[in-house]
Design a protein around this ligand. Structure first.
Ligand SMILES: [Mg+2]
Length: 250
């Protein structure tokens, strides 16, 4: 039996590099694992770097290109990349983040995670961060079904809304460190979009090191995003201000 959740507001939290800081260098470690996976397929270092970046840019996930062009099993990729990361030595619970999620008014708000990772990685990260019990549902990239639809594909946001039985996108609150994902959510009509932007830190995307800035990459970028109704924050604690209406009143 499906019980209709009458709570009007849904908060969607990205997990990686949002619920923990990019300074944990998970993206660097992940980049190395993925590179090694390409090399294991018989590619040279140079070919591996080129294809890694190309697939990431083209499909949003390097894995999507590996499945499409190299007949890779996503579950094998997951075991050798995400699951092989020593996360327990790299990220740690932050009591302030736990308190932040505890202070959300659950009588009107449900809190879900929306990740491009597979469920094994998502569950593991949330458990290590001591946040798992505060997340009511997880929308993940379904490696088992070989369905690699992911953010920022609009179909993925529609899937998320369907899974949570949401029809009113204006009541969706969303935070992600990847501005393309935030922009896509905004275009889907998600009402309250936040770009988590740890400006200046180094991050690895598609195997390439980038320095984080908000988008587009100019000194005016934060203003640009805010003009388009996207809030930019660099600390999760700032959600208490930009999303003040979803928190329990003191
Ligand atoms: Mg992220």
């Amino acid at each position: 039996m499906t019980i209709q959740d009458e709570r009007p507001i849904t908060v969607w939290l990205d997990i990686d590099n949002t619920l923990y800081s990019t300074s944990a260098k998970i993206s660097q470690a992940m980049g190395v694992k993925i590179h090694n996976y390409f090399v294991k397929l018989g590619l040279s270092d140079e070919e591996a770097s080129d294809l890694h970046h190309k697939y990431y840019t083209q499909y949003g996930l390097a894995l999507a290109g590996l499945v499409r062009h190299h007949d890779v099993d996503p579950l094998d990729f997951d075991r050798n990349c995400d699951q092989a990361l020593p996360l327990e030595e790299m990220i740690f619970p932050n009591p302030a983040h736990r308190k932040l999620l505890e202070d959300i008014d659950r009588s009107k708000v449900r809190v879900w995670a929306l990740t491009n990772a597979y469920k094994v990685h998502a569950e593991r990260v949330l458990r290590i961060l001591n946040l798992r019990d505060l997340i009511e549902g997880i929308v993940y990239c379904d490696y088992e079904a070989k369905d690699l639809t992911s953010k920022p594909d609009p179909a993925y946001y529609r899937k998320a809304m369907a899974l949570a039985s949401i029809t009113d996108s204006s009541n969706c609150y969303f935070i992600d460190d990847n501005w393309r994902n935030v922009e896509a959510a905004k275009q889907m009509g998600w009402g309250h979009c936040v770009h988590f932007c740890e400006r200046g830190l180094e991050h690895v995307e598609g195997g390439k090191v980038i320095r984080i800035s908000s988008a587009p990459d100019t000194s005016e970028s934060t203003k640009h995003e805010e003009k388009h109704g996207i809030k930019v924050i660099s600390e999760l604690e700032e959600l208490r201000v930009v999303w003040s209406e979803i928190f329990k009143s003191a």
